[in-house]
Structure formats: C-alpha cells, structure tokens
Design a protein around this ligand. Structure first.
Ligand code: ZN
Length: 146
C-alpha cells in the first residue's frame, strides 16, 4: 500500500498498488474537473491521529517548511500507517525526509537534498530582535545530501 497526493491520483490510473490518502484529498478531487478521472479507481481514505499530525507540525515549524495543512496531514498518514508516500511536491518530499518517512516521486525523481530554512528580516538580516517591522522572509539555512 502507498500513500498518494491529489496529483498522483489524477495521473495514477496505471499504478498497480493499493492506494490510501486522507479524506480531504478526495474531497478536493470531487469538487474539481478531475473527479471523472477517479471514476472506477479505488482509493482508501484514513484520517491520521492527532499525535502523528502534531509530530509532523513540530518538524515543519522546526525547519520552516511551507508544506500545506493537507500535505502535512497526508505525511502524518504515511507515518502512522508506515507506508511509502508518493508525491512530486518538493516541499512535502523534503519534510518527509526530515521525518524518515519513505518517499518517492511520481513523474519526477525524488529530491536528493534535505533542506531547512530560517526566517530572517529582509532589511537587517536578524531572525529575532529586529525592530524594522518588516515581515520575515524564508532563507535557506542548511542543505545536506540524502
Ligand atoms: Zn530588521
């Protein structure tokens, strides 16, 4: 069984695997034009525990990930079910690597670098104690190969 995101479900007719995702992903699909493409295509859904979602959120804040709420929930599902995650979303792939969740790309190869960012003021470059009043911007902090 593999956990999949919206994009993989839309293009994943040929996947010879049991697929699982979170209910939000299917809801998203049903309200879009892509709904016809999931006709006759079985995808199980599961809602991950608050505990696993919290773990993902903690790591996301730690590295300043910009993964969406839906993506973080999907990652929590992979973690909880201990299944590989298939996604082409680089932000989500990166977060999965930080949490040691097995991840692979679908149309593109998976990222080969693990990144983390810091938030700094674009004026003075400080990450705290800045009095410029500018909103902080994300800057690459650490990079390591996988
Ligand atoms: Zn500043």
């Amino acid at each position: 069984m593999k956990a999949v995101d919206t994009n993989v479900i839309i293009h994943g007719r040929g996947l010879n695997e049991e697929l699982i995702t979170i209910p939000e992903v299917l809801k998203e699909l049903k309200s879009s034009k892509a709904s016809t493409s999931i006709h006759g295509f079985h995808v199980e859904t599961y809602t991950p525990s608050a505990y696993c979602f919290e773990k993902v959120n903690e790591k996301a804040s730690e590295i300043n990930s910009q993964a969406s709420e839906v993506d973080k929930k999907l990652l929590a599902l992979s973690m909880e079910k201990n299944v590989e995650l298939i996604t082409d979303d680089k932000e989500l792939q990166n977060l999965a690597l930080h949490l040691d969740v097995e991840v692979s790309g679908f149309l593109d190869p998976v990222t080969e670098e693990k990144l983390s960012w810091k938030m700094i003021c674009p004026n003075c470059g400080k990450n705290k104690g800045c009095s410029c009043g500018s909103s902080l911007v994300r800057k690459l902090d650490q990079r390591s190969s996988v």
